[in-house]
Design a protein around this ligand. Structure first.
Ligand SMILES: Cc1ncc(COP(=O)(O)O)c(C=O)c1O
Length: 397
């Protein structure tokens, strides 16, 4: 069976919206990243991009660690087989209980994002009679007003500024061992020259800070941000990114560099499929209404950027412009405007591509009591359905 047959099988079996991940292509991509890697460059998977267990297992088998940002992600990664040295923890919300759970899981490093986190972790580690290795998360001032989902130049809860970190004495935190710094403020970067500018500024600022605070920069974690375009076929070339890392490593005599990749790992290998429920023209505008919308895939509404959309198995040489809306009673439920075949009719299916990252995991499933979206995978050319779509009767209480 080929990809189209697998998708047709899903449609026939469930008649309800679903994500479809091609894990054979994904595994080949991950293996090619693994083959490129210098031993001093470590790649962690940003679990938030897509926490599906089979995805986590493939990454783990190929030497990726997991970056987790909640107790749920920690537990998911642990049950997918990640051992203590395969885990790091980022995220602005770390309660004492969560910090203790991470120490019990013996994660490789905790990325500390505030003075309270530092103090709480020092207490938790003291109670356990252990020392915890950490990275301090830094938020730089970029001196411009560019925005990004990760904050860009705006002030966010992610980490602390350079001056904020310098208000403390690390020697006051006896149970903490600082291994390095973490800095990540720009998402979905598609231009290598821009990436070089961002990473060069980050490296210089982090070296200065580690010197000022008096610890060696054993690890510099540059986060994620490797881009995958949603408006054309562009994507970062990992070999070029890797060359850039080696250039920075040499120039700044860096010891170890870490990356936390989300979108670039799995984004390209997922599709979201949903059925057309209505087609109409409203005051001159062609509108399609679909069975699932931002309840299954909220990102277009959150960041104002559509995933690319095609009609699934509908022929037609003439296209027209349609605005595609999901089923929710809010104009926010807009999935984008696309050129689609004029011959489209109610009951046909649309496929939103490149939705492997920040698709399922970033949805708002409960508004209006619709079906919950399913998830299907193809691995070793076999169709499996780890998450069967659920009707409202199966999830409402
Ligand atoms: C701390 C952290 N690391 C890594 C990532 C992954 O970023 P990307 O998907 O751009 O690779 C994110 C995304 O939000 C993040 O918050």
């Amino acid at each position: 069976m080929n990809r189209t047959d697998h998708i047709k099988e899903m449609i026939n079996r469930y008649q309800s919206s679903f994500y479809f991940y091609d894990l054979d292509q994904f595994e080949a991509h991950i293996k090619s990243i693994k083959k490129t890697l210098h031993p001093d460059i470590r790649v962690w998977y940003a679990t938030k991009a897509n926490p599906l267990s089979e995805i986590l297992r493939i990454l783990n088998k190929n030497g990726f660690g997991a970056d987790v940002a909640s107790l749920g992600e920690l537990q998911q990664a642990r049950s997918a087989g990640y051992g203590p040295h395969d885990l790091i923890a980022t995220g602005p919300a770390k309660s004492k209980n969560y910090l203790a759970a991470m120490m019990q899981a013996e994660v490789q490093a905790i990325v500390v994002e505030s003075l309270n986190q530092l103090k709480d972790l020092n207490d938790v580690a003291g109670k356990l009679g252990r020392t915890q290795e950490v990275l301090l998360r830094v938020q730089l001032d970029w001196n411009d007003d560019l925005k990004s989902v990760l904050g860009g130049s705006t002030i966010t809860p992610f980490g602390l500024g350079v001056e904020d970190w310098q208000t403390i004495q690390l020697s006051d935190y006896k149970n903490i061992q600082v291994m390095g710094l973490h800095c990540f403020q720009w998402g979905n970067m598609l231009d290598l020259a821009h990436l070089e500018k961002v990473w060069t500024h980050t490296t210089e600022a982090c070296q200065k800070l580690s010197l000022a605070m008096g610890f060696p920069l054993q690890v510099l974690d540059l986060g994620g941000g490797l881009g995958l375009s949603y408006s054309d076929n562009r994507e970062m070339n990992f070999s070029e990114v890797h060359e850039l890392l080696l250039k920075l490593k040499k120039k700044y005599e860096l010891d170890k560099i870490w990356l936390e990749l989300g979108r670039f790992s799995i984004g390209k290998f997922g599709s979201y499929l949903t059925r057309i429920v209505d087609i109409k023209t409203v005051r001159g505008k062609n509108i399609i209404v679909t069975e699932g919308g931002i309840n299954h895939m909220a990102r277009p509404a959150l960041v104002g950027e559509a995933f690319p959309c095609e009609a699934f198995m509908v022929e037609g040489t003439t296209h027209k412009r349609y605005a595609v809306h999901g089923p929710l009673c809010t104009a926010l439920d807009s999935l984008g405007e696309f050129d689609l075949p004029e011959s489209l009719k109610v009951g046909d299916w649309l496929e939103f591509k490149r939705t492997g990252a920040y698709g399922f995991s970033e949805s708002m499933p409960h508004f209006l009591c619709h079906n919950l979206v399913g998830e299907a995978i193809v691995h070793h050319n076999e169709l499996m359905v780890p998450r069967v779509p659920k009707t409202n009767l199966e999830w409402m209480v």
